[in-house]
Design a protein around this ligand. Sequence first.
Ligand code: UD1
Ligand code: CA
Length: 422
Amino acid sequence: MSAKRPLAALILAAGRGERMNSEIPKVLHQAAGFSLLEHVVDAVRQTGIRRIAVVVGPSQEKVRSFVNGVDTVVQTKRLGTAHAVMQARKQFGRWKGGLLVLPADAPCVKPETLCRFIKTHGKSLASASILTAEVNDPKGYGRVLRRGDQVIGIREELDASPSERRIREINSGIYLFDALKLFRQLDRIKQNRKKKEYYLTDVIEAFRSSGESVEGHRVHDSKELLGVNTRRELSVAHQILNERELARHSKQGVSILDPQQTFIAKGVTIGRDTVIHPFTWIERGVSIGRKCEVGPFAKIRGGSQIGDEVVVGSFVEVVRSKVGSKTFVKHLSYLGDAQVGKKVNVGAGTITANFDGRRKNKTVVQDNVFLGCNTVLVAPVTVGKGAKTGAGAVVRARHSIPAGKTAVGIPAVILQKKRGRK
Ligand code: UD1
Ligand code: CA
């Protein structure tokens, strides 16, 4: 779309996702730490488009809660992709601008690619454009029928002749339409005889038969257009998205020793010269400082902030916790809802008992604390500056250890200094 023309987006998310064999709506399945739908909404937002609507299925309140801040349109009967778009007539039927239509099950498309697509479409005189790719195995996708630059139709696998099936250029399901023309043409689409659905792909032939031009733009990297219909494809999407994030961190000076065995969710920040060892799992919203050692076998969950030069070693899980610089949590620990200061040594096997069956409670461990092996900190509790615990100590809730003191035993008692001793 040229800069003058406003742009809106419509994301199709109402499909049943039968091939997933799941009770959960397909678009809520997660790849790389985010639902498929969130990935697509995020990519669209990053193009600068502000007016976004999502078509959801009936009784999919849950889907709505995943996409705060965007409009939703309900498709009561799932009668196909064209039918899904028709449900948004109220929102976009009189929209004098471009409408970017995307499937919610293609989570790998990059914002840059969408921007380029929008720009190329804007420069052309086409009434519709399609994002396409050449792939080695086009099975399952709609095939792009061309005459030169012009796309003259899209043929779904089920309806394709043997020679059409050999076409390796596939339809991504991402289109840019002149909205007014789109809704006019949608009225002409007939139900597909085999699937009893209204195919959005048929709108291309409708455009063509009205003398409108339709262009196809190929992406460089076909991986971006992967459609997730099955659990296998979900895992492929996860890998593509993860690989992209790992490459970004590597460029920024983070060593990831075994990318195949490391997961880092989109948007995590990691400082320079941190080393991530294999079998590490880092969830969304985490930040890690510089020169840290993480893993092998570490799990750092949402809302955790790790300072500089920290060690989060093997079989350590951290969630909703803050860990100060130069603190060591080297082996077999669980830190949940904890605020741990600087230069703390968390002995092997130390655990925060943060959940009392009803609520999650906070643990505070101040700077320079030394926690002996297998300490259990029953939250809410505070371990004061420079305090120590003996191996196996069970520190009771609300029985905080004052600064500089040592507590030992089960339940832990504060050691008193003997008379005459310093
Ligand atoms: C569709 C395209 C195919 C393309 C492929 C790309 C059609 C007919 N075919 O096939 O050409 O190569 O995507 O991945 O469009 N949806 C609704 N309501 C419905 C049906 C589907 O909202 O009634 C949504 C789904 O949630 C999904 C998207 O539309 O996000 C695509 O539907 P899906 O059934 O996955 O289409 P494909 O068979 O993959
Ligand atoms: Ca699909």
